[in-house]
Design a protein around this ligand. Structure first.
Ligand SMILES: [Zn+2]
Ligand SMILES: [Zn+2]
Length: 167
């Protein structure tokens, strides 16, 4: 267990709720402004596989990444850096692993993802995995529901994520 420090949303200052997402405890803004992941948690979430993600989401995420050319990063920079919920220092804005998704990162404590960004990163990572296997992304193959450990409300949040359509 980590410490019981109360963390607040860097966007609206609401107290963050602890939610379980694919077996990883995350801090989420109740007003839907985003999710805080402690150092290492984003990696854990990205490495876990969601069996029922629609293949179209992965295709969209891969297309969006391919077409982004740093625009997500520019948009995030224009919006301004947020402060780390743990140390309150301004975070660094960085693109996650070629995904076209710009995130706020505190090198010491973790990352802040805006609403929908975690879903895009996960879909992107799974799309890459499926491509590497010669699998679902690109075809219309559907996978089956299995072992989801996501609260229904969080699932609803990530399912309605605003993934930009390919231009
Ligand atoms: Zn908020
Ligand atoms: Zn920090």
């Amino acid at each position: 267990m980590s410490t019981t420090t109360i963390r607040t949303c860097p966007s609206c200052s609401a107290t963050l709720d602890v939610v379980n997402h694919e077996g990883v405890e995350l801090d989420r803004c109740p007003a839907g402004h985003g999710i805080w992941l402690d150092k290492g948690e984003l990696r854990a979430v990205v490495l876990s596989e969601v069996a029922d993600r629609p293949a179209e989401e992965e295709v969209q995420a891969l297309d969006a990444a391919a077409l982004d050319h740093g625009q997500g990063l520019l948009a995030e920079v224009a919006r301004g850096a947020r402060n780390c919920p743990v140390c309150n220092d301004p975070m660094k804005i960085t693109e996650y692993a070629g995904s076209g998704v710009a995130i706020d990162e505190c090198r010491l404590h973790g990352v802040w993802l805006d609403d929908g960004e975690l879903a895009r990163i996960e879909a992107y990572a799974e799309g890459l995995r499926n491509q590497a296997r010669g699998g679902a992304a690109g075809s219309k193959a559907r996978t089956t529901v299995a072992g989801l450990d996501v609260p229904a409300d969080l699932l609803a949040t990530i399912r309605t994520a605003n993934v930009p359509p390919p231009a």
